[in-house]
Design a protein around this ligand. Structure first.
Ligand code: ZN
Ligand code: FE
Length: 273
C-alpha cells in the first residue's frame, strides 16, 4: 500500500538579497528568488554600473530588471549603461526624470518580475525628493534615501509634513519587514538618536551592536521596521520625550506634528556628534 502523495503547493519564493557596496557609503542591491530561477536578478538603485557588472560576471547572473527609487546620481548613475548592455526594463518613479526609464511607477502599482518569481508593491514616499518611491514585497522594503537605520533622508525637495507621512506609511509595515536602505549611515545616525533619547535602552543596546559591526567593517543593513520603531527618532517624533527635546533645542514649541518633525530634522542637519 503506497498512499498517494498529496500535491504540495509551490511555496512562495524566498527573496534573496545581495549587497553591492559602492562609492563611500552606498549600498546597491541585487535581488533574486531562490530555487531554479535564482540566477535571474534585478538591481535596485544601481548608481555604479561597474560595481553591478563585477558581481553579475563573477556569479554568472542574468540582469532582468532595474528598479529605481529616486533621481539622485548615486542611485541612477549606472542605469543607462546597464540598460543598454542587458536590454532590461527600468522601473522608476513617474514624477521624476529617471534616465532610460521604460516603465513609470507610482504608489499602488505592482512591479511583477516573473522570471525572478517576485513581485513588489510601489509606495509613494515623497520628502527626500518630490517623486521618491519605495518597493515592498516578500517581507522586504527597498526605500532608497527615505528611511535609514536610525535616521531619514534630508528634505531636498519635500516638506516635513510629506516626509512625516511617508515615514508613517513605512512604519506601519509589518515589524519583521527587512529594510534595505541605500546608505550606511547608521553609526552617525545613532549618535544623534542618543542625543535625542539618551534614556532609550533599546537604542543604547543597538548602538553597541552597530559599533561592533562597523569595527569589523560589516554592514548594519538590513534593519527591520520593528527595530526602527524602537530606536529611530524620526519614527518617534510624536512621543512627548522626543518632541520636547527637539522643541527645547529649537527654542520654541512646535505648532503641530509636522513642525515637531521639522524641528527634529533641522537639529539633525546641524548636529555634529
Ligand atoms: Zn538621494
Ligand atoms: Fe543617496
Amino acid at each position: 500500500m503506497h498512499p498517494e502523495p498529496s500535491p504540495t503547493p509551490t511555496p512562495p519564493p524566498t527573496l534573496m538579497v545581495t549587497c553591492v557596496p559602492a562609492f563611500d557609503d552606498n549600498y546597491l542591491w541585487l535581488i533574486h528568488g531562490d530555487g531554479a530561477a535564482a540566477h535571474h536578478v534585478a538591481a535596485v538603485d544601481p548608481g555604479d554600473a561597474d560595481a553591478i557588472n563585477a558581481v553579475l560576471d563573477a556569479h554568472h547572473l542574468t540582469l532582468d530588471a532595474i528598479l529605481v527609487t529616486h533621481h539622485h546620481g548615486d542611485h541612477v548613475g549606472g542605469v543607462t549603461a546597464l540598460a543598454s548592455r542587458y536590454h532590461v526594463p527600468v522601473y522608476g518613479p513617474a514624477n521624476e526624470d529617471i534616465p532610460a526609464r521604460s516603465i513609470a511607477v507610482q504608489g499602488g502599482d505592482t512591479v511583477a518580475l516573473p522570471t525572478l518569481g517576485l513581485s513588489f508593491q510601489v509606495i509613494d514616499v515623497p520628502g527626500h525628493t518630490a517623486g521618491h518611491v519605495a518597493y515592498v514585497g516578500h517581507h522586504a522594503l527597498f526605500c532608497g534615501d527615505t528611511l535609514f537605520s536610525g535616521g531619514c533622508g534630508r528634505l531636498f525637495e519635500g516638506t516635513p509634513a510629506q516626509m512625516l507621512h511617508s515615514l508613517a506609511h513605512l512604519a506601519a509595515l509589518a515589524p519583521e519587514t527587512r529594510v534595505y536602505c541605500a546608505h550606511e549611515y547608521t553609526a552617525a545616525n545613532l549618535k544623534f538618536a542618543l542625543a535625542v533619547e539618551p534614556g532609550n535602552r533599546a537604542l543604547a543596546a543597538y548602538a553597541g551592536e552597530v559599533a561592533a559591526l562597523r569595527a569589523r567593517r560589516l554592514p548594519t543593513i538590513p534593519t527591520t521596521i520593528g527595530r526602527e520603531r524602537a530606536i529611530n527618532p524620526f519614527l518617534r517624533s510624536r512621543l512627548a520625550t522626543v518632541r520636547d527635546t527637539a522643541a527645547r533645542h529649537a527654542g520654541r514649541a512646535p505648532a503641530d506634528d509636522a513642525d515637531a518633525f521639522g524641528q527634529l530634522r533641522e537639529w539633525k542637519n546641524e548636529f555634529r556628534g
